[in-house]
Design a protein around this ligand. Structure first.
Ligand SMILES: Nc1nc2c(ncn2[C@@H]2O[C@H](COP(=O)(O)OP(=O)(O)OP(=O)(O)O)[C@@H](O)[C@H]2O)c(=O)[nH]1
Length: 347
């Protein structure tokens, strides 16, 4: 999911962490798993080793390392997808291990485990993993459960826990999807808006050794299109333009609408020749597909390579200057920054 860099840059480090956890429930559950690993499983591993129960000590050690790694990795990279899978599988293994250990009281761990899975992996996978975990644990601790006497209670209460997890996680996901659409998508064209651009570019440009090329595209004489053909025709041009640009871009490229008739394209490669080829393709597709009353619609663009380590705002300012030059030079062209405008040394 999209995680706003940090919703409020103010506040203490703890308050920012708390805010980040509240924003992303998968990260919250991964963190919880990490806390359980460090505060509960790791001390238990030591205790088991001291009391000579080497098998249980090894099991608790491996489990606490895997859970701890998943939480740490998610925090470090901002990616919760793979850590979520790793933690969900570790939970299944942990619940089975409880079955092998055959301790009745330890079976209570199945409930939070089943619940957590719905917040770590997609619902169908969580349901399958939950069933596998519970049936495995039930089969392995058949005697502790009291055989057929205890089995239905164990299974039914776990199924109820899973259903609860499913309902709550689906509701949360639906709300998050709606919130993301409202916050990050331009309603007219369906492409990302300025807010999404600032979140994604901040993340892309913060990656060590990041390379990329940024272009600011501005439709030419758009006011005149509105004045001559009406606002609705202007809206249709904006929609057609976004669609045409999108169709000319590669899957990894990003398009944002950042103002009335102003768009930003981010190409995640710094190679100038490749970027120039993509923008040339964009120009020819727009020329062929975007028309108003039979007239071709054109755009001007300023393009700049992103210099590793610089904030995206610096790169966009350079592209903006080249755009103004393109407008002054007669429009319908793509220009790169000059040395005066801060042309990056490596392009
Ligand atoms: N139809 C429509 N028009 C919009 C929208 N947002 C901004 N505009 C119009 O876009 C026009 C932008 O005009 P200018 O900034 O003068 O730019 P321009 O006419 O394209 O001139 P150049 O950029 O110099 O080529 C204004 O008339 C705005 O009212 C929108 O969502 N829909």
């Amino acid at each position: 999911m999209i995680r706003p860099a940090h919703v409020s840059p103010d506040g203490t480090r703890w308050s920012r962490w708390w805010e980040t956890v509240r924003e992303d429930y998968t990260l919250a559950v991964l963190t919880l798993g990490g806390v359980v690993a460090v505060a509960w499983l790791a001390p238990f591993a030591v205790y088991r080793a001291v009391t000579g129960n080497w098998l249980a000590a090894a099991n608790d050690t491996i489990l606490s390392l895997v859970l701890g790694w998943a939480a740490w990795h998610a925090w470090r990279t901002g990616n919760t997808r793979w850590p979520g899978w790793v933690m969900a599988l570790a939970i299944v293994a942990g619940i089975w291990a409880i079955g092998v250990a055959a301790q009745f009281a330890a079976l209570f761990w199945a409930y939070p485990g089943v619940l957590m899975m719905f917040f770590l992996v997609p619902a169908p996978a969580a349901a399958l993993l939950g069933i596998a975990a519970v049936l495995g644990a039930a089969g392995l601790s058949w005697r502790e459960l009291g055989g057929t006497g205890g089995l239905p209670f164990f299974v039914i209460t776990n199924v109820l826990t899973g259903v609860f997890g499913y309902v709550v996680s689906q509701q949360a996901q639906a709300r998050i999807a709606r919130w993301q659409t409202l916050s990050f998508v331009d309603p007219l064209t369906g492409v990302g808006n300025r807010r999404l651009m600032s979140v994604e570019l901040a993340q892309a440009c913060a990656r060590p050794g990041s390379a990329g090329t940024l272009a600011v595209l501005d439709l030419d004489h758009f006011k005149s299109i509105n004045d001559r053909h009406g606002h609705d025709a202007g809206d249709a041009v904006l929609r057609d333009f976004a669609m045409a640009v999108q169709s000319a871009l590669r899957k990894t490229d990003r398009l944002y609408r950042v103002g009335g008739e102003e768009f930003v394209v981010w190409l995640p490669q710094g190679d100038r020749a490749a970027a120039a080829a993509v923008l040339e393709r964009v120009r020819s597709v727009v020329r062929g597909q975007v028309r108003v009353a039979g007239e071709a619609v054109t755009f001007s663009a300023g393009v700049s390579a992103h210099v590793a380590g610089e904030p995206w705002e610096v790169c966009i300012a350079r592209a903006d200057q080249a755009l103004y030059r393109a407008k002054r030079a007669g429009r319908d062209r793509v220009l790169w920054p000059t040395v005066d405008e801060g042309l990056p040394a490596r392009v």
